[in-house]
Ligand binder design. Sequence first.
Ligand code: PRP
Ligand code: ADE
Length: 177
Amino acid sequence: MNDATRDLREMVRAIPDYPKTGIIFRDVTTLFGNAEGLARTVDAIADHVAGHGIDLIAGIDARGFILGGALAVRMRKGFVPIRKRGKLPADVYREEYSLEYGTDEVEIHKDAVPAGGATVLLVDDLIATGGTAIAAARLIQRAGGTVPMAAFAIDLPELGGARKLAGIGIDSYAVMS
Ligand code: PRP
Ligand code: ADE
């Protein structure tokens, strides 16, 4: 870990026993609330994915919207929201998945990817078990996109999510672990 990454790690607040006993919740509101923290996190991802032919950014509800939205503006790409069940107004595809602390469902608009396809970068604040990211990647694929890469502010490697993404052919990058 270099000094720059150590600085960013120190901006993430750890909340013990949230939302359930035994979970140490990595709270990125403190990282994103810091002007340098947010800009350097976005810059690190933009630098990593440069030259990979990304057409579109997809961010996962809710904290993936902050990072993905900022990255989309920085890279001058469009942004596709992957939302929790029941929030999108038009026709959707849906996937169910399990989390470190329960199960959930995510949706994408069926027409979120332009006809003819697009290379989509999947973005979220954090990858833990990988359940959310894998469900999101499936949605993008069902909508006609390809997902070669996924990017996160934080990886919790002991939960194996990045390995699972690699297993389905998605290269994952995290600014810190
Ligand atoms: C968190 C985080 C990721 C997901 C990662 O979101 O923002 O989306 O968990 O966990 P996984 O790799 O084990 O799937 P959460 O489900 O807490 O939703 P929120 O952003 O709506 O709070
Ligand atoms: N999503 C899944 N596990 C998490 C954790 N430990 N902190 C923040 N978000 C999470």
